[in-house]
Write a protein that binds this ligand. Structure first.
Ligand SMILES: [Zn+2]
Length: 260
């Protein structure tokens, strides 16, 4: 097993879902490769964090992570001065997220997606499968969970694909795509066959002939809709206009590929 293969099996390995032979070869690689040993340790810690994350992250811990994140962004900004403004915007929005009282999200599902987005934003390496290649990410979902996920291309808007992750929501697998615009994260969630749990609520907004629900929660903007047999959700601090544009592009890409 090489580093690339190890990385592709990281999630199931950490979860103990690999077969005996695969687990042994992964163990062997991990023992020989400090980089992958680190990856496995961090992934394990992250999963613990997700599992134990309360509805509101403990303020002290959250603040500590925020400071780390800002320092990191400060360093990045020093290298790339034009990123200073977005970094500050993220800081402001995170602070707002910290002090907002616990109102209620529009629906439990949206609340959960925002919580996941917050958890991902706190870790150094939020993607389980890190790749900027759309084809690779689509293939990973098929191999990992038998899910056919369309990974939209947002690069014309300066939104870069970072990677993917599988998450659980209401005991269902959720495909999660992670993008970055500067230092601002964008999560795209795809929930196949959501059933009636996925009652989406929010402010109805029409954009390019389609209806979406928008909702702001803990300082994050969300855009959600259901189409075919899936529910889609976007979570970010980006402006609604950018999120709706991303939603529309995902829809266009899906319909053009379904027709092929
Ligand atoms: Zn390795």
């Amino acid at each position: 097993m090489n580093c690339r293969e190890f990385e592709a099996h990281l999630g199931p390995y950490v979860d103990g879902e690999l077969g005996v032979t695969e687990t042994l070869t992964a163990d062997t690689h991990r023992a020989e490769c400090s980089r992958c040993a680190n990856l496995a340790r961090r992934e394990h810690e992250f999963r613990q964090l997700l599992r134990h994350q309360p509805r509101e992250a403990a303020p002290a811990e959250f603040r500590a992570r925020l400071v780390t994140r800002l320092r990191r962004e400060g360093r990045r900004s020093a290298l790339r001065p034009w990123l200073v403004a977005p970094a500050l915007a993220v800081a402001a929005a995170l602070v707002i997220a910290l002090v907002l009282p616990g109102l209620r999200p529009s629906s439990p599902l949206i609340g959960e997606l925002v919580d996941k987005h917050i958890a991902y934003a706190q870790v150094e390496r939020p993607a389980e499968f890190a790749s900027g290649n759309r084809g690779e990410v689509e293939e990973w979902f098929i191999q990992r969970a038998g899910l056919r996920v369309i990974v939209p291309d947002y690069s014309p808007s300066g939104i870069r694909l970072v990677g993917a992750r599988l998450a659980d929501t209401h005991e269902r697998k959720v495909a999660y795509l992670l993008y970055e615009k500067g230092t601002t994260l964008l999560s795209v969630f795809v929930i196949p066959l959501p059933g009636k749990d996925a009652d989406l609520r929010g402010t109805r907004v029409a954009y390019r002939g389609h209806d979406y629900l928008t909702h702001e929660w803990k300082g994050y903007r969300t855009v959600s809709w259901s189409e075919g047999q899936a529910v889609f959700g976007l979570v970010s601090m980006l402006e609604y206009e950018a999120l709706l544009e991303c939603a529309d592009r995902l829809r266009v890409e899906r319909s053009s590929r379904t027709r092929l």
